[in-house]
Design a protein around this ligand. Structure first.
Ligand code: NAD
Ligand code: DAU
Length: 339
């Protein structure tokens, strides 16, 4: 089995490579990544010398490079993680989100068609469903919830999902789609809520909480997401969408307080800043379908997962300190300097 994994130098893609390496040591894994600001080859060091692993630096929207890669490698399966993934950046500069997330997906679908890939899996997000109101805790996202996007990021991810479904219906491309809730764990890029708050707290810097901090996200430990995708590849039905989530809704402010508690830092570091434009209020996945169809359930409790995550950031300071000492400084100043 040859699996081509795009975006494998990023957060979830790298965790997926490590997961698959362990779960299926006989599989050949190929990673295609453009190495944008979010991609880090250092992350993949543990597998770089593995003879069943190949790294290819390429842009998924570069048709020539992608066709050449498919021609040479002849993958059986494609799992597309590659994306511009940060909502705040999409609000500043939507264009690159359309180029990578929409046009890049189209190139991968065309290549999958041309080279007869047996499965194309699109890693999507619960953000395609828009948001839920805070005063309706009875409501959840199911696979039947209409697409209703808020940010340029979520609009680009929803467009990619629709393209996948169109390629399935029109050309019979064997696609599956998964829509997961917020992930956390090792190798999470420090622009995102949890690693940003850990890094700032360790430096005794202010923790910038958007608005009132009452927005709710449904957090899942990254390894649980990887296991769900592996199951979908093995047993998922072609054409299906699978929601992935572990019923772990938390308010942002409570996440931030939890991190401070684990690190033994004072709550006085919390600083409320101007809210994100169009900020989604609440995400909450109903994972009944993936449980009934594939028997998937989340395994890592948030209490354990967040402690493991904080510990990982304490033990791997050089990984994230390298990142935040470079061009990230300009990003941080631009996003938070006058907020
Ligand atoms: P990330 O930003 O950490 O990593 C993205 C990776 O894609 C990086 O390695 C980057 O270099 C690569 N990339 C970007 N543009 C590329 C291009 N044009 N060609 C090739 N490679 C390119 O993102 P992540 O958080 O790991 O998310 C991975 C996927 O999972 C995304 O599709 C995202 O929409 C989806 N997702 C993320 C979450 C989450 O909580 N992080 C939840 C649900 C779904
Ligand atoms: O739900 C899945 C999505 O989760 C993925 O599709 C996205 O790729 C991923 O980035 C994530 O999107 P969010 O916008 O939910 O994640 P983020 O970490 O950016 O923010 C989480 C919440 O924390 C959100 O309500 C905004 C808030 N926040 C974020 C940052 C970076 C703050 O209050 N302060 C911050 O500095």
């Amino acid at each position: 089995m040859k699996i081509l994994i795009t975006g494998g130098a990023g957060f979830i893609g790298s965790n997926f490579i490590f997961y698959m390496r362990k779960a299926h040591p006989d599989y050949e894994l190929m990673c295609v990544d453009k190495l944008t600001y979010a991609g880090n080859l250092e992350t993949l060091e543990p597998v770089m010398d593995d003879e069943k692993f190949t790294f290819i630096k390429a842009d998924i929207a570069d048709r020539k490079a992608i066709y050449e890669t498919f021609e040479k490698e002849q993958p059986d399966v494609v799992v597309n993680f590659a994306a511009e993934s940060h909502v705040d950046r999409s609000i500043e500069n939507p264009a690159v989100f359309l180029e990578t997330n929409v046009m890049g997906t189209q190139v991968l679908l065309d290549a999958s068609r041309k080279y007869g890939v047996k499965r194309y899996h699109q890693v999507s997000t619960d953000e395609v469903y828009g948001d839920l109101p805070l005063d309706r805790p009875d409501l959840f996202f199911t696979e039947q919830t209409p697409i209703h996007t808020s940010s340029p990021y979520s609009a680009s991810k929803a467009s990619a999902d629709l393209l996948c479904q169109a390629y399935y219906r029109t050309y019979g491309i064997p696609i599956t789609i998964s829509r997961c809730s917020n992930n956390y764990g090792p190798y999470h890029f420090p622009e995102k809520l949890i690693p940003l708050m850990i890094a700032n707290a360790l430096a005794d810097k202010p923790l910038p909480v958007y608005g009132e901090g009452i927005n709710v996200r449904d957090w899942l430990y990254v390894e649980d997401h990887c296991r769900a995708i592996d199951l979908i590849l093995e047993k998922g039905k072609i054409g299906n969408v699978y929601n992935i989530g572990g019923h772990n809704e938390m308010r942002n402010i409570d996440i931030v307080k939890k991190i401070l508690e684990i690190l033994g830092k004072p709550e006085s570091l919390i600083t409320y800043v101007t809210d994100r434009k169009g900020h989604d209020m609440r995400y909450a996945i109903d994972p009944t379908f993936i449980y009934n169809e594939l028997g998937w359930l989340s395994e890592t409790k948030f209490e354990d997962g967040i402690k493991k995550t904080v510990q990982w950031y304490l033990e791997n300071r050089s990984w994230w300190e390298n990142i935040i000492s470079g061009e990230y400084q300009d990003y941080y100043e631009k996003m938070y300097g006058n907020r």
